[in-house]
Each structure stands twice: as C-alpha cells, then as structure tokens.
Design a protein around this ligand. Structure first.
Ligand code: CP
Length: 324
C-alpha cells in the first residue's frame, strides 16, 4: 500500500484511487501510468486524443495558488475524456466567508463531484481532504506547497523516457531553488523509483534542501562542476512566494553564477536535454538562447502534461469500477 499522510493512494486491488505524492508509489504503478499517458500523446497539429471514459463523471478544480499549465491541462484532460468540469474560484467562493476546506468538500460531494484536483499552499490539505472523501471520490494533487507536485513528476519522467528511451544509466542535474521546490521533490522521487543512476542537486547554499532530504544525491554549489556530463538538466525558478523579500537574491548576480547559458550547457553531454517546469524567469535562471534552443524540451513537457493528467483521471475512474 502506498500511504501518504496516513491515506492509502491505492485501493485494495492495487488500482490508483488518489494521487497525492509519488513517494512510495510502486514502480510498476508509475510505469503503468507512463504507458497509459503515452497512449494519449498526439503530435501538435493533429487533433488531440478524446474518449468518453469519464462520461457522467464530474471533476472539480480547486486552486488556491496561481497556475497556468496545471490548471488548464487538468481542465482540458477532463473535458477530452468526456467529464463535466467545474473550476471553483476559491477567492470568490464561500471559503472567504470562513467555510472550511472540509465543508467545501462535503458541499461539492453533495453536488456529485467525483474527483477533486487541488493546488494549495498549505501542506497537509490534500491528505486531509482525501482522508474525509467519500469512498467513490478521488483526490489528485495539482501541487502541495513546497512538498509535492506528482503529475509534474510524471510528465517530467514521460519526457525523459521519450527523449532518452530509458532511465537507467542517466545523470539528472536539478538546478536552482531546490529547497523551496515541489517540482524538485517529485522529480527526485520519480527518478529514484525508476532507477535513474545519478541525481545531482546544484544550488547556492541558501537554496540547498535540508541534509535529511534528497538522500543519495550529490550536492554541488558550482554550476560548472555539477553540469559536467549530465544527460538531463532540469532548471528551477526561484520560488519568491516561499521566501522573504530579503532572501531573494539579486537577479543579475544569480544569473551570473547559476543561470543556464549556452556556454554552460556545453559542459553537459552533447545530447543533454534541458527541462523547466515553468513559469520561467528568463535572464535569471535560464537564458532565452537555451530555453528556445535545440536542446530544450520545455514545450514538450507542457504537451505531455495533458497526456499524463488524462492517464491519471482515467486510472482513478477505471479503478473504481464503472464511470457513471
Ligand atoms: N509547472 C507548473 O506547475 O506550472 P503552473 O504553475 O503554471 O501550473
């Protein structure tokens, strides 16, 4: 059983019920999700994949933090599978009148919502909602504070698999504000589970995670040393919203030391790919020449996001045994 915050993410038969974290999710379940996601991938310019797998199902998106990619792709994924979708404007909802998250859950359950997609800045909210959800209801994390972003981890893994054809033997370098990054944590969890040989953390001391996190990763404060011979370079935005104004580094100085430029990327393997979850801050953590260059797979990550979210939605509904 894959437990998160005391909640099992899997049903007794091993099917996926909730997706709150990639931590502890069995390798075979992750590989199954990636295979299913690949089925929904279509080249740009062709019509997107569609089905009626979620006909009769209602999906609610509850985002209390800003989002472009995750929110839009969850909405499109649900609609392309035939679901009804409601996007709750949390700032305009009765939450601002003091209604608790659980009362919001119970209200939406009473309106026949079957799947809750939640992004929240407060750690623990996702597990709390999942623990109180009705047996037929699933909770999917669209980002939990600095802790977890499991569908981002899956789409990152799918992108690496498409580009490299394998996980074993790869060296993945995660660069930037690792300390405050849920993307980095989910990437670490999924790549470790899938057998990536070497995961490196490259960050200034202030953005290094605590020592008890990212076990087994080599840590570098020098970008040049850390990038040497990497197969995958994953750049991260500085998470301004998770630090005090005083802790935010000078952007020009940060770029001079940690910005990914073509010259620095040349230290990695010649066929290295460059990833970024976005939003990007061009000229701070990444140069436009790199973000838009031939080694960048940043837009492919976005496209894969819909396929992964379709796979996750389809999995939780299929596993409960019947759509409507
Ligand atoms: N990568 C990601 O989570 O982007 P959004 O914040 O735009 O959803």
């Amino acid at each position: 059983m894959s437990e998160y915050d005391g909640v099992s993410q899997l049903r007794a038969d091993g099917s996926l019920r909730h997706l709150l974290s990639l931590e502890g999710l069995p390798r075979e379940r992750i590989e199954w999700l990636l295979e299913r996601a690949q089925r929904y991938v279509r080249p740009l310019g062709e019509p997107p994949a569609r089905s009626n797998e979620l006909a009769g199902i209602t999906v609610a998106n509850l985002f209390t933090e800003p989002s472009t990619r995750t929110r839009v792709s969850f909405e499109l994924a649900a609609k392309r599978l035939g679901a009804d979708v409601v996007n709750l404007e949390v700032q305009l909802s009765s939450r601002v009148k003091g209604e608790s998250m659980l009362d919001t859950l119970f209200t939406l359950e009473a309106l026949h919502v079957d799947v809750f997609v939640i992004r929240d800045s407060e750690p623990g909210v996702h597990g709390l909602v999942a623990a109180h959800a009705a047996p037929h209801v699933s909770v999917l994390s669209a980002g939990e504070a600095h802790v977890s972003h499991p569908t981002q981890g899956l789409l990152d893994a799918l992108t690496v698999l498409q580009c490299k054809g394998r996980f074993d033997g790869l060296c993945v370098a995660i660069v930037g504000d690792v300390r405050h990054s849920r993307v980095a944590r989910s990437a670490y969890q999924v790549f470790r589970t899938l057998g990536v040989a070497e995961i490196r953390i490259i960050a200034p001391p202030a953005f290094m995670p605590e020592e008890n996190e990212f076990a087994g990763c080599a840590r570098f404060t020098s970008l040049r040393s850390g990038l040497k011979d990497a197969d995958v370079v994953m750049m991260l935005r500085i998470q301004k919203e998770r630090m005090s104004q005083a802790a935010f580094p000078d952007p020009d100085r940060y770029f001079q030391k940690y910005g990914l430029t073509p010259e620095r990327l040349a230290l990695a393997r010649p066929d290295a790919i460059v990833m970024h979850p976005q939003p990007m801050n061009r000229g701070i953590e990444i140069a436009s020449d790199v973000a838009d260059g031939p080694q960048s797979v940043i837009r492919r990550q976005v496209t894969n996001g819909i396929a992964v979210r379709m796979a996750v939605l389809s999995a939780v509904i299929e596993g409960r045994g019947g759509a409507a």
